[in-house]
Write a protein that binds this ligand. Structure first.
Ligand code: S3P
Length: 798
């Protein structure tokens, strides 16, 4: 049953017209009426089928409607409310009648609307539900209206304590019918936030264009204005009346935002006057990483918008540079939400000398320990991927001064063990499980409360594995249902050292407890049931914090087989220099690519060869891969080497379970190698793969099967009957059919199937690849420079 019978939209511009069109096309009410001062807009809306009926007067429409949407400029709200007050039935303010007439709006300033209502009605009526859709376009007028304008966009409602809940529900229902995601907020907070993120950029764009237009040389200025100018000033094409009203209606918050911005601009100006490179690079690189972080925030919302139509395609020309194919000839705005599809062309080989991006695990830890150290820590080779940048941003949010990354260099001014400040809001960690689990340990020991949140995938991952032992240490952490994020961590806990035997071989859990252990009373002992990556202990050692490590095994009489690490609380960290090696997990894609593609030879430089990570090399060698190590060295406590990989016929093997934890992230691409091998490959003891960024056993089994491979998922592993041939038979034959694969937003699944294309008959189309940027920014560029052919298709939504 419909809860709204008749909707009246007052103001048939872009927003009002789009709202009417969206509600009508969703069938969320019986009929949609429209009214506008401008009769032509009413006629146009009716002709376009956006409304069912165009009203000749406001009174006509108001009498018939049970919900009235005010989509007029801010300063017109009060006169419209005045007119409505005259046509509302007597006593509508009285207790029982308000549910029958609901008024809502779509204006940019909520305080201005509430003030207007107060003036007109003498109180803010309970049936008034202020709202604001965070969507729009520089285009205006009912002709630009689109039923899809609000799809997957936020709508903020700002009800007061006495707002009627039925009225609120009706408005919420209408917006949700438009495909919007509804949140509620305090009205003043809304105005402050929007002043900064929406109003300020519009005023800057207007002001820049106006200033340049007034320059006597304006002909040349506009003639030679490049893409940056075009992108920056797109919104200066917006409706002047609307923005005039926003400037005056939200003047307090807008002035505060303008002042804050002016101060920032002054600092930038001074840096240029003083020729201060460090300060300039600091500003630019901080902004760059904040901007990347913001993009990843937007990407997490794209999960809700998977079905939106393509509007822009980015093609790679296979030389590593990116071509933009602008399909609908609209201005490409990189702030729009985007999804990525990889189209991996079949066949080919790879060659060349490469250094893949920095190690993700080490990059996270470098920020964490550098932030808590005394003195300045310089990190080289830092991974400029979204996961590590999320950690960097989180520590900035806690008051740590961090410059960079700039060409992989990050400089951290450590604040000491107790120098972090409470962040102003939740810490958003994107897709980064390592950031969340390790930081849970650190945050549990701080004096302030903090909330850790993440994207769609991270929000589905189990956190009880760290929350339970931290609870035993004395931490108070609230989770969502089933121990999922967000984690609400209570500050001021006094942690106690414990001895904890991990139920699973997880470096994240072990590291989390060691980090908490630095703050705990007494000793914290962790025992993992298998060798797990040991970057935390190595790095703690590098920062001068003692840890004791021992490998225990059943035969040695200790009664168990595992990896014991212990730490005493109350120590301190001393700043150091960190050299982050290339990530072996990223190098793995090229190891498999070179192995399976006939005629390939690559040198992968300076790859981390920590024995707790190098399982992938051993597994590939057991399968017959041709991998040799050169330039072996230990840099900053971590072993590194150049890997030379040549194509070789692979054979199926039973993967020894002892190698599972030390190759845990490489199984997706190892499954691709297994599919190209001759005979059966069996993996067991790898149940952890089911709780990674996706269920990697199921996702890989589904994808391989779709490409014609005999892949059987097991509860804790996989059995693959490889389609490869013996060395003596024809080499390099295709083993995969072409097809479409869902990567489930998992970076490693996406990259693995791109590698598979080297031995495919036809294109492999891989969906949902934007998260490749979490661990391997520009994977497609590097892969194409090596000889692969990956087209990146970006679909944007407005
Ligand atoms: C990581 C540990 C591993 C790994 C992850 C990074 C780390 O997770 O899969 O990508 O940096 O400590 P588990 O601890 O869950 O095995």
């Amino acid at each position: 049953m419909r809860t709204v019978d008749t909707l009246l939209v007052v103001g048939l511009g872009l927003i009002g017209g789009s709202f009417a069109a969206a509600v009508k096309s969703a069938g969320a009410c019986r009929q949609v009426y429209g009214y506008d001062q401008n009769k032509t807009s009413v006629e146009e809306a009716a002709a376009l089928g956006i409304i069912d009926y165009g009203c000749a007067s406001l009174a006509d429409g108001a009498a018939a409607a049970d919900v009235i949407m005010l989509a007029v400029p801010m300063l017109a709200m009060k006169p419209v409310l005045e007119q409505l007050s005259l046509c509302l039935p007597e006593g509508v303010l009285a207790e029982k009648m308000f549910a029958e007439k609901v008024i809502t709006d779509a204006g940019s300033s909520k305080k201005a609307l509430l003030d207007a209502a107060l003036d007109v009605f003498g109180e803010v009526p309970p049936w008034l539900v202020p709202g604001h859709p965070i969507a729009g376009s520089e285009k205006s007028g009912v002709g630009a209206a689109k039923a899809t304008l609000f799809q997957a966009h936020d709508v903020i409602l700002t009800p007061l304590a006495h707002t009627d809940s039925l009225a609120l529900d009706k408005v919420k229902m209408l917006w949700e019918a438009c495909g919007a995601v509804v949140t509620t907020m305090d009205p003043c907070h809304h105005d402050e936030v929007l002043a900064k993120t929406s109003h300020l950029p519009h005023f800057l764009a207007y002001s820049l264009v106006d200033t340049l237009a007034g320059n006597p040389d304006n002909q040349n200025i506009f003639r030679f204005a490049a893409g940056g100018f075009r992108d920056f000033t797109r919104i200066a094409g917006s409706d002047p009346i609307m923005w005039h009203d926003v400037a005056l209606g939200n003047h307090q918050a807008v002035l505060a935002a303008l002042d804050e911005f002016t101060e920032g601009l002054q600092v930038l100006r001074e840096a240029i006057v003083q020729q201060n490179s460090q300060s300039l690079l600091g500003i630019f690189s901080r902004a760059q990483s904040a901007r990347q972080h913001f993009s990843s925030l937007l990407q997490s919302r794209q999960q809700r918008a998977k079905t939106l139509p393509d509007s822009v395609i980015v093609c790679n020309d296979f030389s590593g540079s990116v071509l933009i194919e602008d399909t609908d000839k609209e201005v490409m705005d990189s702030m729009k939400e985007s999804t990525q599809t990889f189209i991996a062309r079949p066949g080919g080989s790879i060659s060349g000398e490469f250094r893949v991006p920095g190690d993700k695990s080490i990059s996270h830890r470098a920020i964490m320990l550098g932030a808590l150290a005394e003195g300045e820590t310089v990190v080289a080779g830092f991974l400029e991927g979204e996961d590590a940048l999320a950690t960097l941003k989180a520590f900035r949010d806690m008051g740590v001064q961090i410059d960079g990354p700039y060409l992989g260099k990050v400089t951290i001014q450590g604040v000491g063990m107790h120098g972090l400040r409470q962040p102003q809001g939740p810490l958003y960690l994107g897709n980064a499980g390592t950031a969340m689990r390790l930081m849970a340990g650190l945050m549990a020991a701080q004096s302030f409360d903090v909330t850790l949140t993440g994207d769609h995938s991270l929000s589905a991952r189990p956190m009880n594995r760290v929350v339970d032992p931290l609870g035993k240490m004395g931490a108070t952490i609230e989770t969502s249902e089933g121990g999922r994020p967000p984690l609400k961590i209570k500050g001021g806990a006094r942690l106690q050292g414990i001895e904890y035997h991990l139920p699973m071989a997880s470096a994240q859990v072990q590291s989390c407890l060691l980090l908490a252990g630095m703050y705990a009373e007494g000793e914290t002992v962790t025992v993992a049931p298998g060798i797990v990556r040991d970057h935390t202990n190595r790095m703690l050692d590098g920062f001068g914090y003692p840890v004791t490590c021992a490998v225990t095994c059943a035969e040695s009489g200790s009664g168990e087989h595992g990896y014991r690490v212990a730490i005493e609380g109350g120590g301190k960290l001393t700043a150091t220099r960190i050299d982050v090696p290339a990530d072996v997990s990223s190098a793995a894609f090229f190891m498999v690519a070179a192995s399976i593609a006939e005629g390939s030879e690559v040198r992968l430089c300076h790859v981390g060869m920590n024995p707790t990570r190098s399982g992938v090399v051993e597994i590939l060698q057991l399968m017959g891969a041709d991998i040799t190590l050169e330039n072996e060295a230990v840099v900053g406590g971590e072993p590194v080497a150049d890997l030379i990989v040549r194509s070789a016929p692979l054979k199926g093997i039973d993967i020894p379970e002892r190698l599972v934890p030390i190759a845990i992230d490489e199984f997706p691409v190892l499954f691709v190698a297994a599919a190209c091998a001759q005979g059966r490959t069996l993996l067991t003891g790898a149940g952890e793969l089911r709780v990674k960024e996706s269920d990697r056993i199921q996702a890989m089994a589904d994808g391989l099967t779709a490409l014609g491979i005999d892949a059987q998922p097991l509860a804790d592993g996989m059995m693959i009957n490889g389609s490869g041939h013996a060395a003596s038979e024809k080499k390099g034959q295709p083993v995969f059919n072409g097809g479409t694969i869902d990567s489930h937003g998992d970076h490693r699944i996406a990259m693995s199937f791109a590698v598979a294309a080297l031995r495919a008959k036809d294109d492999i189309r891989i969906l949902d690849c934007a998260n490749v940027a979490t661990s391997f920014p520009d994977f497609a560029g590097l892969a194409n420079r090596a000889g692969m052919r990956i087209v990146v298709k970006v679909s944007t939504s407005e």
